[in-house]
Design a protein around this ligand. Structure first.
Ligand code: ADP
Ligand code: NI
Length: 217
């Protein structure tokens, strides 16, 4: 099988598995991350086979939705790749990237070692900000049954992945606990550029939100 055929088959399998996912980690999220990763990866001259596979498989089994276990993602990814006879060294690179991708709280370091990992992490994080980021955050909050906003509940800079994943805070708090922090955590130049504009949009969104909240807009 050619690398193009492998990518196509993996994409089809991921689409089938994540099609109806309701927490904002659905197939369309994966497809956007896949496309953004190709854009960033070309600019950074990364190994595009590794980049595309990691982008496609990064949310195949999210740790937050599997009781905090971040070994499920790489295991399922390996199964999907083994069926398509992806070379072992490529599988190893992809499986190293997947558990390192996730944001795990403001105070939790998540360094990415390889260029391919940096590219895919940036692509995933770009899809967490801007207009789409706002939409996904409210979708996730609804999925979990969180309220929109409570001015008496302050944002928390989570220092462990357990407290981040277990957060029941209002959705607006997530902007301060994650979304507004991402701009300064981008790895690649291209992603920093794109993140700047998306960040500004979120700031405007929040301004308008508070104006309406106070009855001033
Ligand atoms: P990553 O893709 O870095 O692993 P997550 O899976 O933690 O990030 O989050 C993906 C998206 O899900 C976030 O960008 C956000 O839109 C939403 N999300 C995650 N946790 C929360 C939360 N506690 N409240 C609201 N939205 C959340
Ligand atoms: Ni993702």
């Amino acid at each position: 099988m050619s690398t193009r055929q492998i990518i196509h088959q993996v994409a089809e399998e991921v689409r089938a598995r994540l099609e109806g996912e309701g927490s904002g980690h659905d197939w369309w999220h994966v497809r956007r991350v896949w496309q953004l990763a190709q854009r960033l990866g070309r600019e950074e001259k990364a190994d595009m086979f590794v980049v595309e596979l990691a982008a496609l498989l990064h949310d195949i089994a999210d740790w937050k939705l599997h009781g905090g276990d971040d070994s499920v993602g790489p295991r399922v990814a390996r199964e999907v790749m083994t069926t398509r006879k992806v070379p072992e060294d490529v599988m190893a690179q992809v499986c190293e990237i997947i558990p390192a991708m996730a944001f795990k709280g403001a105070g939790v370091k998540t360094d990415m070692l390889t260029l391919e990992g940096k590219v895919v992490q940036d692509a995933d994080r770009l899809d967490a900000i801007g207009a789409i980021g706002v939409a996904r955050t409210f979708a996730f909050g609804g999925f979990k049954g969180h309220i929109i906003y409570d001015p008496n509940v302050k944002p928390v800079a989570h220092s462990t992945k357990e407290s981040y994943a277990g957060s029941k805070g209002p959705v607006i708090n997530h902007f301060y606990e994650k979304l507004l922090l991402l701009k300064d955590r981008m790895n690649t130049r291209a992603a920093k550029r794109i993140a700047g504009a998306r960040h500004k949009f979120m700031e405007k969104y929040l301004q308008q939100f508070y104006q309406e909240w106070k009855g001033k807009a």
